[in-house]
Design a protein around this ligand. Structure first.
Ligand code: ADP
Ligand code: ADP
Length: 227
């Protein structure tokens, strides 16, 4: 589903690469934790998958696209195949739960009939079926992250990227979000999650990829957060 082939990324004006000679394969349906200290290259790795940057060296393949050959006009289609959630939720303010999720389908041209079916189904999946008319600003952090997950997953993308999705949540709420990510993963969606949450990584026992100073230093199946 995702291949990095000898990928390096050096930002303009920098001498040290943010990512150095990274090669790996992530298969369809895998759940992968991306760990490493701050500045180790995790966000750079995720942003390369979304084609926010091009690598300085090497090749990246995502859901059948060779990102080095992807023309700019096809980038939106790539991004439709990669749902994203972030630590800070990034919801539309002043809009309801329903509208936040429906918007993701409106922008890709789904009919209102489809939207009226799919949005409630997806809100039920994340346990927010009874809150669709609430403004997201009024919800708890955990509920807001559920809305973000519903929005990311509502068009059933083959890949979901989560950048510290539990970073702003208490431990109990985080467990709920992880259960949802696990459920989404079990539908066949490939999940890649960058995190500093050692408790969660140690509980889930999924593949763990560790970056250090831009280098891939560990790739462990059923892994733990650190040694
Ligand atoms: P992480 O997500 O693990 O904290 P990042 O990928 O954000 O790591 O950063 C990796 C390295 O690249 C760091 O040294 C960071 O300062 C640098 N970096 C990240 N983004 C940029 C940018 N837009 N311009 C220049 N340097 C950057
Ligand atoms: P259109 O007028 O384009 O056909 P819809 O009738 O699908 O659009 O939706 C119009 C508005 O009605 C939406 O913005 C949404 O806020 C609200 N809405 C529609 N269905 C639901 C629902 N099941 N739950 C909550 N709100 C809904």
């Amino acid at each position: 589903m995702i291949t990095f082939d000898n990928v390096s990324k050096t930002y303009a004006g920098q001498t040290r690469p943010a990512l150095r000679d990274v090669s790996l394969d992530i298969d369809k349906g895998e759940f992968v934790f991306l760990v490493g200290s701050s500045g180790s290259g995790k966000s750079t790795f995720l942003r390369l998958i979304l084609r926010e940057y091009k690598p300085t060296k090497g090749s990246i393949y995502v859901a059948g696209h060779d990102l080095g050959r992807l023309p700019a006009w096809r980038i939106p289609r790539l991004r439709r195949q990669v749902g994203t959630v972030f630590q800070d939720f990034r919801l539309l303010p002043g809009k309801t739960v329903y509208e936040n999720v429906a918007f993701a389908l409106q922008v890709i041209g789904k009919s209102s009939r489809e939207i009226r079916t799919i949005v409630p189904e997806t809100l039920d999946l994340v346990g927010l079926g009874d809150k669709s008319e609430r403004l997201t600003d009024e919800l708890s952090g955990g509920e807001q992250q559920r809305v973000a997950l519903a929005r990311a997953f509502v068009n059933r993308p083959p890949i979901l990227i989560a950048d510290e999705p539990t970073g702003n949540l208490d431990p109990t709420t985080s467990v709920g979000i992880m259960k949802l990510l696990d459920r989404i993963n079990k539908t066949g969606t490939t999940v890649i999650m960058a995190t500093h949450d050692s408790t969660i990584v140690d509980q889930m026992r999924k593949r763990v990829i560790e970056l250090s100073d831009g280098e891939l230093v560990r790739d462990q199946s059923k892994g733990v957060y650190g040694y």
